[in-house]
Design a protein around this ligand. Sequence first.
Ligand code: GCB
Length: 584
Amino acid sequence: MLYPYPSRTRTVVDLSGIWNANFDFENKGMKKKWHLRVPKGREVAVPSSYNDLFTEREIHNHMGAVWYSRDFIVPAQWKGKAVHLRFGSATYRAKVWVNGRLLGGHEGGYTPFEFDISEVARYGAKNRVVVYLDYILDANTIPQGNLPPNLGGYAAWHSNTLPSVPFDFYPYGGISRPVKIYCTEADHVADLTVRTDISGKKGIVNYEVVTRGRKGVSVDVSVGGAKGSAKVARNKATGRVVINNCKFWSHVKPNLYDLTVRLKDTNGDLLDEYALPIGVRTVKIKGNKLLLNGKPVYFKGFGRHEDIDIIGKGLNLPFLVRDFNLMKWIHANSFRTSHYPYSDEQIQMADRLGFLVCTESQAVTVSLRAATKKTLENHVQAVREMYDRDKNHPSVIMWSVGDENEKGEPGSLAYFKAIVKELRKLDDTRPISKALTLHPRDDKISQLFDLIIFNIYACWYGLTGRLEQLETRLEDQCGGYWRKFKKPILIGEFGAASYPGLTWLPGVVWSEEYQAELVERTIKWFRKQPYIIGEQIWVFADFKCSQENKRVILNRKGVFARNRQPKMVAHVLKRLWDPRKDPY
Ligand code: GCB
């Protein structure tokens, strides 16, 4: 799905601001037809999660129905054009009405969706949008929630948590990404897919444009001084342009070009113009390495969360800028969008600033013991939407179809085979993997993947405090993976928690010293293994979890505290990741 950039033919209006929210604890809004007459409720900020904005416990813990609404003006000049209403995301299920008319719905909390509101809009006048959100997770949803404790494993661990979710982050709800209206001509560019290749100094840009309407008969495409054109047939135009002396994209030099598509009618008049920032690069797995533009890459970076005090999972631009500045400061070059696709704005920043991103779908710790046909369908849909949104980003260099699952789960091979098959059909240009934390002997699915993403907590969950056994444990598990699958291994998570400001000599678990020592020794060991292609520490910053007795409100494995100030380990990483010692 294209991001709504403004252009000569497109205007965008952001509906961020204060909205009206009705928490529908008894789920009576539907019966009372709140979509027609929504009562005055509470003031709520969009984009933001709702949970930490209020003082009431029931809102803090709420995973159920809530109605969002606001009035907005559609400019009079937009009459006769196509008007679109786009949500960056809404958790978890959404139904949307404008001026009392149902537009449709969406399931899945982390990808965008949009509606054409040209027919229902009032031009030069007030319009009302009403959004019904329902955040009830079960065995069929992705991610799952409210699983029966007798399933064992994660489900049992988390059945005691409030809210009850089988994953380790707070299930923040609400409209946490921007809502926008934008207008285009009725005939416009509806989708664009770009695939790049490299031949010597040439950048090869293959494009496919999907159009809406009948008037558009041709497209002109220009990028980096190169020009091309193609005829539209059945609302599709495909072609190729070649950029001579191309400046390729990499995390070291994130060169971007604007690829501009102009849709024209039979007279050659412009119907629509859309410009997409693109980067020319290739990604390949070869032997035990991942090659970017033919050169091996070593990943240094993080698993992260979209998680901020008060704002929850809401997009907040000052925090976005701060987080990327911290990642630059510490010399990170990459991150994984653990455990769901992050906002458009995050990935755009990664394109511009040069970060290698593994986009992960929101299938976090799916229990296959509880999964149904519907779970698989929802998972496939989540993967499709993840691809569809991030397919054109040069920074996105691999996909993760989910985070962790348990050993010995029935049907796991068939289940993940179906997911990987679907994703490969859509995209054969990026490696596919899944974050795993099994002992290699229990891993029955990694033959499906191009590389292994391995999460290991040596001397934290197992061998707690026993640092003298660190290297043996690492060798058993990481070495075991390499021997079994002979595929490159990206360490997707490792680390230890520390309570910011708690220091202790000698380092003991929970102290900043222990976290720093464990991380330094672990990294030194990784660097000696030729099959390890990178280290992404868990986690960038402390983040909030459901209420339970093993977390003091937050998961404290952050390299930075939740307020984005460094712990001791941050200085260790900055030293170890110094690019002067290790340029690529
Ligand atoms: C993991 C999970 C992550 C948790 C982390 C931890 O393996 O992927 O979601 O937060 O461990 O800290 O336990």
